[in-house]
Design a protein around this ligand. Sequence first.
Ligand code: MOS
Length: 735
Amino acid sequence: MEMNAPVDETLVDGTTPTVLGTPLDRVDGVLKVTGAARYAADHRLPDMLYGVMVAAAIGAGRIRAMDVAAVKRAPGVVLVLNHDNAPPQGTREPAAPQLRDARIRHVGQPIALVVATGFEQARDAAKSLHVRYDRTTGNFDTADLRVGARKPKPRYGSPPDTKVGHFDGAFDNADATFDRVFHTPDQSHAAIELHATLAWWEGDAVVIETANQMLKEAHASLAATLRLSPKRVRIVSRYIGGGFGGKLDVCADALLAAMASRMTGRPVKVVMTRQQVFFATSRRPQTAQRVRLGAGTDGRLVAIGHQSWGETTVGDAFWEPAALGTRMLYAAPHRLTQHRLGQRNKPRASSMRAPGEAVGMLALENAMDELAEQLDLDPVELRLRNEPARHPETDVPFSSRNLVACLNEGVGRFGWTDRNPKPRQRREGRFWIGTGMAAAVRGNPTQASTVRLRLHADGHVQLQTSMTDIGTGTYTILTQVAAELLDIAPDRIVVELGDTAFPYGAGSGGSWGAGSSGGSVYDAVSRLRQRLAMQGGIDIATARFRDGALTDGSHSLSLVDAARGGPVEVIGELKPGKNSKAFSQAAYGAHFVEVGVDADTAEVRVRRMLGVFAAGRILNEKTARSQCIGGMIFGIGTALSEQLVMDARYGSFINHDLAEYQIPVHADVPDIEVVFLPELDPASNPLKSKGIGELGISGVGAAITNAIYNAVGVRVRDYPVRLERLLEAMDRAAT
Ligand code: MOS
């Protein structure tokens, strides 16, 4: 089915769901905790070789010489794959061709793969590979992102710039104005699972067991890059240990393993080291963002301007769409958004955990807090006064939007009105206490997705799609969708994911996975219903699945009987259709945070977090909650610790492991309360759900820094908070 109009009555409506929406435990939970779920690096094959990547030690220049001969003599070494012997490759995103030439574009760029019969042999030989370079002056310096930045090409179906009304005049004449620049740093996805691939050839076709979020794109790009017909490429990613965007790209491990396997005629496994993941995969690129807000004394915005300067790797086109959320969040007649892009000799920039909103909302929601203070308005009230009736730039209706309800619910639950808006008023022991809030928004795109549904004679139902589960719960929610619609027990559903031998799925990215693939399961069940109605002479108008049969009250056909002559098979499909343009589709939320700031050390402790979200139908109360909690924890990292630190002399990140790249640990995470408001979105998909994967992180970092301001009177506009700066500013604020 195609989403060309809002859905009316669906198969889920008119009943109270008993499986869908419930907090069903993960159906793959036992497999995971017992180690039976095999991740890419767990696979092994007889006669398998091990490949270890060698990374460029310089940030820009060329390889002058590589002493391959010496390494080839090392014990067990079978192949040293490098730019001299690598096969020619095509180009198609999201794969980046490997070992193309002698040019070094960034530190850590893979320059060789040493392949040996044993892992230790390969590692030892890789370490001893002697490389001489011709160094050139790298473009590493990112002190001022505005220098040399140009307008990028449209991406994500969005132009880099938008304009409504006359921003400049409206801003200049506004009663109250805000105009500041914010900085957000380079960040690393930091998924637990390392990027890993086992590749082997079956005749003239390659099989690639890897960790990738979006197999349809990976399949097309791998085939094009390896110059193979897509029929000769199969990708398998059954279990993925976190992606966060870092596994949207087809990384070096997959391409190098495939090439090395072809050249050696044996299976080749490549597992990146943790350090290699920091350089040879991708990162979230830093931004400088100027936010300008102009408002009347009544607190109504007349002008909103959001400009972002970012950077990408030389030769790449990715830009961080920081102002996307700003385009839809608040009403104002005069508006301007702009993205500019510079090129650097730095590791690849790509999508990470809500690309766009995650960093853009930091700036916008800090700006709103500052403006509220200037207007002597409660920050929640400022948002309520600027709630738009329709999309403020495109003027299309919202498919559903409950930001106001989220804000109001949060105010009550959090005890927001108890706060003193004046900073440095609340002290408990050595801590200054403060509270802050921010709105959350994340676009809800739908991607085309298909699934094969097979009804078997023993009554079990098999679902197959190349959709992935990156730890978010896809196996479980697809089980729930099918069990609910067919009215059979969840343990009668067998979901098989992550294999391009299956009908293509939407993949895990951009928060579209559950709605898109769940919608395809809905379509498959509708088709099965039609098929069985015909087979059993059942009135399609009233036919319902009940107690293991399709029935219209007078006639019925049991699922077992239907499949007696052989499995019944249907293909379900969901396509985005006209609703993608006809409606503004996004999920909304509100974050409320309480922090304590140590008066002597400036250490920030997040004490309490509340997230209230409206994201359409919640498909699984437990996995949805976990995703939001996870997103809010990302926000703690964003505000307080996560940052790749560049050594601009060498173009290298000095913190490139999980000891030095600091993500929140258990001790950093307080009680987190997540509340979902009831909402159904008839324009999104037949389940009326909306994306939730990246909603939790959007805005939350700003709620934390707004709370820091309320605690100690210091505005943080340069992320993450650094203690030495905060401490210094606190001293200044105190005098
Ligand atoms: Mo997401 S950053 O599209 O995995």
